[in-house]
Design a protein around this ligand. Structure first.
Ligand SMILES: *Cc1c(COP(=O)(O)O)cnc(C)c1O
Ligand code: SF4
Length: 387
């Protein structure tokens, strides 16, 4: 079963432009470029390789030299092709190329701000909420995001999730009947082979108490070639399957990403986006609005905007909380409600996600609620009397 995309009747032809391949790959056949295995094998891991694709700055050279032992660099040719070679502040570049800000560790920074290790009943499972768990299935990702909140674990070969750990996680989920929702995470779970993923999904689907699962993956953004027809077809055997992805900027909404989302959506998956609010990348409501409009055209529903966590080495990405509130203020009412995600702070210390909202409730007296709308006009809602 192939999912044909009609380029006349979809928005793709109008909105999702192709982009040029950087010079070093210009002569690669399309079959290589479109193969996720090729993309995975040709990942940029050194400055020598990066210099062939973009104009690297001295700051980036220094940041790479001082950071790559703690946190690898890894960039797929596809994602690298989205980088502006001449703009050191390109939003794609800020997310994938080391910068000096990473070397600063502030006194408030934490190694494990979300206390994911503390809430681990068995290695590889974080069980914080009553009815759902996070399940780590690998530590690899096609692109290592510079803003990753799990820097301490991701890309670290010594923390590979072995099969034994996978079995322990599955056994834990099987024996805890209160779990109905499993967030399959990592790293990026799509770094597992289709066979290993299918094994995980089939084990979970065989448990009567498991209602839904989600694949938390950035492959739609960094390696959209990974979403093959075969992969989409495999997922469609285990519905309901939710895919939670991580687009941060409209530049990431390319034709390739559009096609990958279409393959998943046509196979019946529901796709949600979890954006991270990042200084210099998307800390402007106009950018977020454009991103969310593009996502809706890709059948991806904006789900969360995360305030940047207090992990070590990402403080240069953190914005004031006011910035997130300002973004919501400029979306709610001004555009489709579908384009308005929840802005949340994942509470340091493991408190879970806490929604942050502009103040729409001015006061509350007895049965009367004094409200303001998106245009700052005042309204009173009155509850019925208890008679
Ligand atoms: C984010 C998260 C979830 C999922 O939360 P939702 O609000 O349901 O999307 C589950 N477990 C942990 C530990 C999480 O951090
Ligand atoms: S894909 Fe996710 S887990 Fe992997 S580096 Fe990026 S943010 Fe971290």
């Amino acid at each position: 079963m192939a999912f044909e995309i009609n380029t006349v009747n979809t928005v793709r032809a109008r909105r999702f432009a192709s982009h040029a391949k950087p010079g070093i790959w210009r002569d690669e056949p399309e079959t290589s470029w479109n193969s996720w295995i090729w993309q995975q094998q040709k990942r940029i891991k050194s400055m020598d390789q990066l210099r062939q694709v973009i104009k690297v700055t001295p700051e980036e050279e220094e940041a790479f030299a001082k950071s790559h032992e703690q946190f690898n660099m890894g960039i797929t040719p596809y994602y690298a092709s989205l980088i502006d070679p001449n703009d050191p502040n390109c939003p794609i570049r800020l997310q994938s190329v080391p910068k000096k800000g990473e070397l600063t560790i502030r006194s408030e920074d934490m190694e494990d701000p979300l206390a994911e290790e503390r809430d681990m009943p068995v290695p590889g499972i974080t069980h914080r909420y009553p009815d759902r768990v996070l399940f780590y299935t690998t530590h690899n990702c096609p692109v290592y995001c510079r803003h990753c909140t799990r820097k301490r674990k991701v890309a670290d070969p010594s923390s590979a999730t072995a099969n034994k750990q996978l079995e322990m996680g599955l056994d834990y989920i099987a024996s805890h009947k209160e779990i109905r929702d499993v967030v399959i995470s990592g790293g990026d779970p799509l770094s597992n082979s289709d066979d290993r993923l299918e094994y995980i999904l089939s084990r979970l689907r065989a448990m009567d108490h498991i209602e839904v699962f989600r694949l938390g993956t950035r492959n739609l953004v960094t390696l959209p070639q990974r979403i093959t027809d075969d992969f989409a077809k495999m997922l469609s055997k285990y519905h309901p399957v939710f895919v939670h992805t991580h687009f941060n900027h409209p530049k990431e909404c390319t034709q390739e990403a559009f096609d990958a989302c279409a393959r998943l959506a046509n196979a019946g998956c529901v796709i949600n986006n979890q954006m991270v609010l990042l200084k210099g990348v998307n800390d402007d409501w106009r950018i977020v609005k454009e991103l969310n409009h593009k996502l809706l055209m890709m059948r991806v529903r904006p789900y969360y905007i995360f305030q940047c966590d207090m992990s070590q080495g990402i403080s240069h990405f953190r914005t004031p909380v006011e910035k997130g509130l300002e973004i919501i203020e400029n979306l709610r009412g001004w555009t489709s409600g579908m384009a308005v995600p929840h802005y949340v702070i994942d509470a340091p210390g493991g408190g879970g996600k806490i929604p942050m909202l502009p103040k729409y409730l001015e006061k509350h007296e007895g049965r009367k609620w004094y409200l303001r709308n998106f245009k700052n006009e005042k309204y009173v809602y009155e509850e019925p009397a208890n008679d």
